[in-house]
Design a protein around this ligand. Structure first.
Ligand code: SF4
Length: 484
């Protein structure tokens, strides 16, 4: 690499939601001569390859991390587009109370920003993702969804009729109508690898910034460490194609997920008492219910309804809040999804109840001793706060029975993952109790941003993706506003 190629204006690590939305907004602000280097650990893994191989990444999980608690699954998909390749398209915003858990309800911790700070950014993200959603909403919105809502299933329609302010069409990046780059969702229910490209991914919806002549994208580039000098990050070392590389820039941005952001910082010796701790996601319970005379699985997408009945409210003082999703696929729960009685096979509905979480410091990601290239996760358990919410699932089902002819609870089971990884480089106002500030700038190294769900102080029941993306826009805007 020539001397000229080792100097950039910004180096971004990661091409998933966090890095790509930051890059989009950075390029909008930056001048025409800006030089941006983006490093991605995985390969291009184009969609035809994914479909042929029936997987989303050419790197296996064991190539990048070691899970010391295999019963607790963490899903990650290295490669261009990151976890946008394997996500399921859930695009719910967080609720205002999620940002103010402590000041409203006296539990957990507040986020160092408010819902209103992100509202406009949420709108931009939804536009880029072409999110489908209803005209009504459980949270304040300043603009309609870009795409019309999906069709609810019959059980969802009954729930909506009975609980008009508690049940909603899902906000989802699974297209309800065709877009210029995506087909309409056909409710096949295998969204991890959508066969018709109906869900938004970085590849089908946000690849343009990577074609910008100011941007150099380097695939198969594995970050070794950040170097620091004089209270700033001065350089980044990485390997690519068997070669050791070193680049310098006035700004470094980590967008490598809540598994690998802390791993890079730990390898760099950038310490903090909380670094790598509070690894978390929602606690989830899967419930299948037999219905009398109501047919299921006739919505137009994988998730056909979201229940907010047990989300916001004073109960959050005592136990975790809950977001419910109705699964619209008879294959989602294998044999538990269908009834055996003749003519009644789809008189059953399966739902996931997702509870927010107060992160525990003993759930961690660290460095794997024998091989520092691998992150290592350890999960000791969920909080009592989440468990108290889960314990109330039977009562919640009882409330749903006011709208649904529930004959019996067929099964309940603890979910092994909600496919969200959060909370290992926490944000906050106080450098003693947080690692990055409200704009995701590292408290100590002010030319270092750490993006993504690693900054989440608490889990919240909502899906994290549009919040991750909105935070990247918020961070990029602040960067340029503070430099002006
Ligand atoms: S339900 Fe099927 S078509 Fe729709 S996003 Fe999921 S995989 Fe794609």
């Amino acid at each position: 690499m020539s001397a000229e190629q080792t100097q950039f204006d910004v180096v971004i690590v990661g091409t998933g939601f966090a890095g790509s939305f930051f890059l989009m907004r950075y390029l909008e602000h930056a001048d025409p001569t800006a030089r941006v280097l983006v490093l991605e650990r995985g390969g291009a893994d184009p969609k035809p390859w994914q479909l042929e191989q029936r997987r989303t990444s050419s790197l296996a999980p064991e190539d990048v991390f070691v899970n010391l608690t295999p019963e607790k699954e963490w899903l990650t998909s290295p490669g261009f587009g990151g976890n946008s390749k394997c996500w399921w398209g859930g695009a719910t915003r967080m609720m205002p109370g999620d940002f103010e858990l402590h000041s409203r309800y006296g539990v957990g911790s507040d986020w160092p920003l408010r819902y209103d700070d992100l509202e406009q950014h949420y709108g931009v993200v939804e536009t880029v993702m072409a999110v489908s959603g209803p005209p009504d909403s459980p949270m304040p919105r300043s603009r309609p969804f870009p795409l019309p809502p999906h069709r609810m299933s019959d059980p969802d329609a009954l729930l909506k009729k009975h609980f008009p302010d508690g049940w909603f069409h899902p906000a989802t990046a699974r297209a309800s109508v065709p877009t210029p780059t995506r087909a309409a969702c056909c409710a096949s229910g295998i969204c991890e690898l959508c066969p018709v490209d109906a869900k938004f991914t970085i590849q089908n919806g946000l690849s343009a910034p990577y074609q910008d002549p100011r941007v150099t994208l380097r695939l198969h580039a594995e970050v070794e460490a950040l170097e620091t000098a004089g209270g700033a990050v001065s350089a980044l070392r990485y390997t690519s194609g068997g070669r050791n590389e070193r680049v310098q820039a006035p700004l470094f941005v980590l967008g490598a997920s809540a598994l690998f952001n802390p791993h890079i910082l730990l390898r760099s010796g950038i310490a903090h008492p909380l670094l790598g701790k509070r690894l978390h996601e929602q606690m989830s319970i899967d419930v299948c219910l037999d219905l009398g005379g109501v047919k299921s699985y006739n919505g137009s997408s994988m998730i056909s309804g979201n229940g907010y009945l047990f989300y916001e409210g004073e109960h959050r003082r005592e136990h975790a809040a809950c977001l419910i999703e109705t699964w619209n696929s008879p294959f989602a729960y294998q044999s538990a999804s269908l009834r055996m009685e003749r003519g009644r096979w789809n008189e059953r509905t399966c739902m996931r109840f997702m509870f927010d979480e107060l992160p525990r410091e003993d759930n961690t990601v660290g460095i794997y001793g024998p091989n520092p290239r691998l992150a290592v996760t350890q999960f000791r358990g969920y909080s009592d706060y989440a468990q108290r919410g889960v314990d109330l699932v039977p009562q919640m089902v009882g409330k749903l029975s006011a709208a649904l002819p529930i004959e019996r609870i067929v099964s309940t089971s603890l979910g092994d993952t909600t496919a969200h990884i959060q909370g290992t480089v926490v944000m906050g106002e106080d450098p003693a109790t947080s690692i990055v500030d409200r704009h995701l700038v590292h408290h100590q190294y002010r030319n270092l941003l750490v993006l993504g769900a690693s900054a989440f102080p608490t889990a919240t029941p909502a899906y994290p993706t549009v919040t991750v993306s909105a935070l990247s826009l918020w961070a990029a805007d602040h960067l340029f506003a503070s430099a002006a």
